[in-house]
Design a protein around this ligand. Structure first.
Ligand code: AMP
Length: 128
């Protein structure tokens, strides 16, 4: 494992959702991924697609996951977008990794934002 990737914590909130210990508003599920509505939506549509495997982030996933898991995860993302009806209108994907990104939950996930105009790419914090 890259020294820059922290160890996986099996008690993170998304691991607990995967184990059924905490409920979620499910959009889609298959053997590779689970998609559900974000609890604190930042757009009209804000859905999280999380991997079924124990990966901290996209950096960790890209190093350790099998080709099958990587293909499965991205197909699940596409299927979720289709189910949300955002393919034609457009949507944005976002994946945070590490401190500069403000990643809150250390389990691989991609945000899907849509249902409205999303503005330009990102808001960058001012440096003091
Ligand atoms: P990130 O900053 O990329 O790690 O994003 C984590 C996201 O998970 C945030 O947008 C949170 O609102 C969301 N979140 C945290 N707990 C839950 C939960 N129990 N159900 C759904 N979304 C959650």
């Amino acid at each position: 494992m890259s020294a820059a990737v922290i160890a996986y914590d099996p008690n993170n909130i998304f691991a607990r959702i995967l184990r059924g210990e905490i409920p979620c508003k499910k959009v889609y599920e298959d053997e590779h991924a689970l998609a559900f509505h974000d609890i604190n939506p930042q757009a009209k549509i804000h859905v999280l697609v999380i991997a079924k495997g124990a990966y901290v982030s996209m950096a960790d996933f890209s190093i350790k996951a099998s080709d099958k898991e990587i293909v499965g995860f991205f197909r699940a993302e596409g299927t979720t977008a289709e189910k949300l009806g955002v393919i034609e209108s457009g949507y944005r994907l976002l994946a945070n990794h590490g401190p500069n990104s403000h990643q809150e939950v250390p389990h691989l996930h991609v945000h899907i934002f849509g249902g409205q105009k999303l503005g330009r790419m990102i808001a960058v914090e001012r440096q003091s």
